[in-house]
Design a protein. Structure first.
Length: 482
């Protein structure tokens, strides 16, 4: 290793260690520092060529763990000690028999520049291993994680979702035996993708009580994989899915950039497909639009059927309004229903929010709703929901855009899928409000003003060169201001 590179890397490690401030007390901080030392003791810089820094890591797990927990801190350290524009690469060392070793050079998420020539290496072709060859496993009682209320009975069909709903019902009659495997449901936020996925699972359970259905958010799938990886227990993780007949994973796009998790998902998917078991996936993007997903996985998404669920049209909104209100014993005239359907120009989730407000008004004031009262109610809702651009509102929009919880945004988690939305929320809070750095930090869960300054500078710099970041900034700006 080059001596100068080694010295600069040591400075990076010291910077990172000095900024491990996530722990509340000294004992927790000591544990954090010990964990940090154990992790980065096995990470070495191997080259710096034309602002391309390559780190040697023992396995894919190390690469993914660093990205999940230390990416923001590592980026700050590299920026401080190597300057702006440095690109980070991973060289994954795989030990082969007889002491032969190879390296796979992998770029971090978001950088698509070719690897430095001095580090080019042929990828290792891994022989596929049947991770499910565990004879004698008996089915146990596995919780399906399905929500009973999200059934086909409560799913309102319309032009925007009829095809997807029809396909879903067909699958529920013959799971794994139709041409729709996998079923890939995609569409914007709040259009009913999750409801439809639950409805299919519930219908399968009703038609085939003995079949094991498993619904998981992608976040839960990733958490299970990471726990198994830390415990070096991949086999049990994968063997669990041997017992499942219908696998439903919500928001599959969040596997983006997680190479090791994708490898595991790939083998699980192949097992399901080869054994006539059903896979159902939802996403906010079409398969070809998901970034940083292995091509072999994208190609498998295309094996079955991809269907889009769109925002509801006028007729579908009318059906949703009538269905929802009738379940609560409220009957509106056609004129009142038309008014609501025309007034609420949004997705299903927001439409139901307005309907719930109407129900609450009727219940609290114990009054029959006339068109005048309905207009007054909607007007009050509109005035209270008027988009005043402040920090809480920006946080709400960012959380909705990335599909995360507000408490996660305000937490001290350094996971990339939390840290990036947090930085964007800080950036827009500074750009679109008069709040000081200190005030923004306070509203973002008690962060230091320097953290906010760093976040704003990072978003500004990266959005100038990174297409994905440009897209995030543009789309969030539109959502916040609309």
């Amino acid at each position: 290793m080059d001596q100068d590179l080694s010295l600069i890397w040591e400075k990076c490690l010291r910077f990172m260690r000095d900024n491990l401030n996530a722990a509340e007390d000294n004992d927790d901080l000591k544990k954090l520092e010990k964990s940090f030392d154990l992790l980065f003791d096995k990470v070495q810089p191997v080259s710096l060529v034309n602002h391309n820094l390559t780190l040697l890591v023992p396995s894919d797990f190390y690469k993914e763990y660093i990205e999940e927990n230390y990416l923001s801190l590592l980026s700050a350290a590299l920026r401080k000690n190597f300057g702006k524009g440095v690109k980070l690469w991973y060289s994954v060392m795989e030990n082969k028999p007889a002491g032969k070793e190879k390296q796979i050079v992998q770029n971090v998420k978001g950088n698509h520049t070719p690897a430095p020539k001095v580090q080019e290496a042929m990828p290792i072709v891994k022989n596929p291993v049947n991770a499910f060859a565990a004879p004698g496993i008996k089915k146990v009682n596995i919780e399906a994680n399905l929500i009973p209320n999200l059934s086909f009975e409560s799913f309102v069909e319309g032009e925007s979702n009829k095809f997807a709903s029809t396909v879903g019902k067909s699958i529920a009659k013959r799971p794994g035996a139709t041409a729709f495997n996998p079923l890939f449901i995609y569409g914007g936020v709040g259009v009913g993708k999750t409801h439809l996925a639950h409805a299919i699972g519930l219908e399968v359970k009703q038609n085939f009580p003995d079949k094991v259905v498993q619904y998981l958010s992608s976040e839960k799938f990733i958490q299970r994989f990471m726990s198994a990886a830390r415990a070096q227990n991949h086999t049990d993780f994968q063997n669990f899915f041997l017992m499942v007949d219908v696998l439903i994973i919500d928001d599959i796009q969040f596997l983006s950039g997680k190479a090791a998790t994708q490898d595991s998902f790939f083998h699980i998917f192949d097992y399901f497909h080869q054994n006539g078991k059903q896979v159902i996936l939802t996403s906010d993007k079409a398969p070809v639009d998901i970034q940083d997903i292995q091509e072999r996985i994208v190609s498998r998404f295309k094996w079955g059927l991809s269907t889009e669920v769109k925002s509801p049209d006028f007729d579908t909104k009318r059906k949703i309004i009538v269905d929802k209100l009738s379940r609560d014993g409220i009957v509106l005239t056609d004129e009142m229903v038309d008014f609501l359907a025309l007034e609420v120009n949004s997705n299903v989730r927001e439409l139901i929010g307005v309907i719930n407000s109407v129900i609450a008004y009727s219940t609290i004031y114990k009054s029959d709703l006339s068109l005048e009262l309905l207009k007054e109610t909607v007007s009050k809702i509109a005035s209270t929901q008027k988009k005043v651009i402040n920090i809480p509102y920006i946080q709400e929009v960012v959380c909705d855009y990335f599909g995360i919880k507000r408490e996660d945004l305000l937490s001290k988690s350094r996971k990339r899928d939390i840290a990036l939305p947090r930085q964007l929320a800080m950036y827009f809070s500074k750009e679109l409000t008069n709040a000081t750095f200190s005030k923004i930090g306070e509203e973002m869960g008690g962060k230091d003003h320097s953290t906010v300054m760093y976040a704003c500078d990072t978003i500004k710099d990266i959005s100038k060169i990174d297409k994905e970041m440009k897209k995030f900034v543009r789309e969030l700006s539109d959502r916040i201001k609309q």
